[in-house]
Design a protein. Structure first.
Length: 109
């Protein structure tokens, strides 16, 4: 069976998180997005240290859709440099993995 991945991104608002999540799911690029509404991020950007509240998106998709997911996130995101991480999974419960396959469209590649 095709590999599944977990992708992560952060946003500066719940509104933006929902916009990204809905677009990804509606377009068949991902099976599910979990939104954690309030996380605290401390990071360095452009030589300054920032301390911000953000939303975290946990995105489940097919491995071969990760580039399309990344492009979609970038096109909808307001950050100059959005965090977009892709974590390969060494194991996913087989029925859950099949649900991800059934809930996404095969890559157009």
């Amino acid at each position: 069976m095709e590999q599944v991945v977990l992708m992560l991104t952060t946003t500066n608002s719940e509104e933006q998180a929902v916009k990204i999540a809905e677009s990804l799911v509606q377009n068949g690029l991902v099976a599910c997005v979990n939104i954690v509404k309030k996380i605290r991020s401390i990071y360095r950007f452009k030589g300054e240290v920032w301390d911000d509240e953000e939303c975290m998106l946990f995105i489940k998709t097919r491995e071969n859709l990760k580039e399309q997911v990344e492009e979609s996130i970038r096109s909808l995101h307001t950050y100059e440099l959005p965090e977009i991480l892709c974590i390969p999974l060494s194991h996913a419960e087989p029925h859950f993995q099949q649900w991800i396959m059934d809930s996404t469209v095969p890559s157009a590649e």
